[in-house]
Design a binder for this molecule. Structure first.
Ligand SMILES: [Zn+2]
Length: 378
């Protein structure tokens, strides 16, 4: 069957149905997506075609005053699917409101329209299509479970189609900065070779809400787990850049998105190098580090201030090389104290070479390492 025939077949079923309109366009979009997109596996491209098809209907069951549907961006499509997932989870978790399944309770309680999408007073629109089946006697809870599974599968598939978990192409500036970062180590006499980079991938997981966790009023745009993460254990190491949080952070703080990504990338790579970069003292000439296991353990056990102190200090030095500390400083003002503690090191010691030597010394320490033990040896 040709693609267009499949589309006609699917959309043909929609002409006797409706989608609901609200005050804002996003609501109409939400309504149309929840009511129709499940019919074609929540595929984005089909939905865009569906919007065009719906807008071109002249007569029949489509109301004349119906507003045009503006096709969503891929990210909006994802956000709406995630909202549907959230509604269904909410519904399934609150068994005291189970009567919604038989249509005897308002749907409003579960609807929870996000304020950030604009005002929407009516809470019953864009009803989830499966609940129609309740009237035919099917168990509502089971329907909601099935719909949740469907939408979760759809989210996973849509993210993959957006490029989730694929390698990112490094910009020229990112490549230059990686070289500067490596050079901070390699110009020291005891760091004799570099190591392979971990894979660097984009992630469309939504980590934004973690920036609001500490305080509802204030956001903390810490790097790890919000803007990016260095996963030491996955395969040969993996850095994930959380594209949605990077974009939101840049927008909120009115700074350049590409610089937020650059800072995140260098910060995560700095973690990687502190953890992995071989040095003469601890690896020896054979390239085999006798106490490697101890260092790995010490690194993971060390306090947050030690790990973030190193990563931030190295990021600071790297951006200093390209005269780009403005964005770094703005971002730093909106981060928690562990991300600012690197300044204590700079205040204590202004000899870069001596600070790098301190890493080699700390790696061979007998006891566990911490930010305080680092400061003591400087
Ligand atoms: Zn970090």
């Amino acid at each position: 069957m040709m693609r267009d025939e499949i589309f006609d077949m699917v959309s043909g079923r929609a002409d006797h149905e409706m989608y609901w309109h609200g005050k804002n366009d996003k609501f109409s979009l939400f309504s149309a997506i929840t009511m129709y997109s499940y019919k074609y596996c929540h595929n984005y491209e089909y939905f865009v075609r569906f919007c065009n098809w719906m807008n071109n209907q002249q007569s029949g069951y489509v109301e004349e005053d119906r507003k045009k549907l503006t096709a969503p961006t891929k990210l909006e499509f994802l956000e709406i699917l995630e909202h549907e997932e959230y509604i269904l989870q909410n519904l399934l978790n609150r068994k005291d409101h189970i009567k919604v399944f038989d249509g005897s309770s308002d749907f409003d309680k579960f609807y929870l329209w996000p304020k950030k999408w604009g005002e929407e007073t009516w809470g019953g629109g864009g009803l989830l299509p499966g609940f129609e089946d309740c009237k035919n006697g099917e168990n509502g809870y089971k329907i909601a479970e099935r719909m949740l599974k469907n939408v979760q599968d759809a989210i996973a598939t849509h993210k993959i189609l957006m490029g989730h978990h694929s390698s990112i192409e490094l910009s020229w500036l990112e490549q230059i900065c990686i070289s500067f970062l490596q050079n901070i180590f390699l110009t020291h006499k005891d760091f004799y070779c570099t190591i392979a980079l971990p894979s660097i991938v984009v992630s469309y997981d939504n980590t934004i809400k973690s920036a609001y966790l500490v305080n509802e009023e204030k956001t903390y745009w810490d790097i790890d787990n919000i803007l990016g993460i260095c996963d030491y254990n996955k395969n040969e190491g993996e850095i994930r850049l959380y594209s949605r949080a990077i974009s939101k952070c840049a927008k909120d703080l009115e700074i350049s998105e590409s610089y937020v990504r650059l800072i995140t990338l260098i910060h995560e790579l700095a973690h990687w190098f502190v953890y992995k970069m071989p040095d003469n003292n601890n690896y020896g000439n054979t390239g085999q580090r006798s106490d490697y296991a101890k260092w790995v353990n010490d690194y993971h056990e060390s306090d947050k201030a030690f790990k973030e102190g190193w990563a931030q200090l190295l990021t600071y030095w790297t951006l200093q090389q390209i005269d780009s500390l403005k964005t770094f400083n703005t971002l730093n003002e909106h981060q928690s104290k562990e991300y600012q503690i690197y300044k204590e090191i700079l205040n204590k010691c202004d000899d870069k070479n001596a600070i790098i030597s301190s890493l080699i010394e700390l790696r061979s320490h007998k006891q566990n390492i911490s930010f305080d033990s680092w400061k003591k040896i400087l």
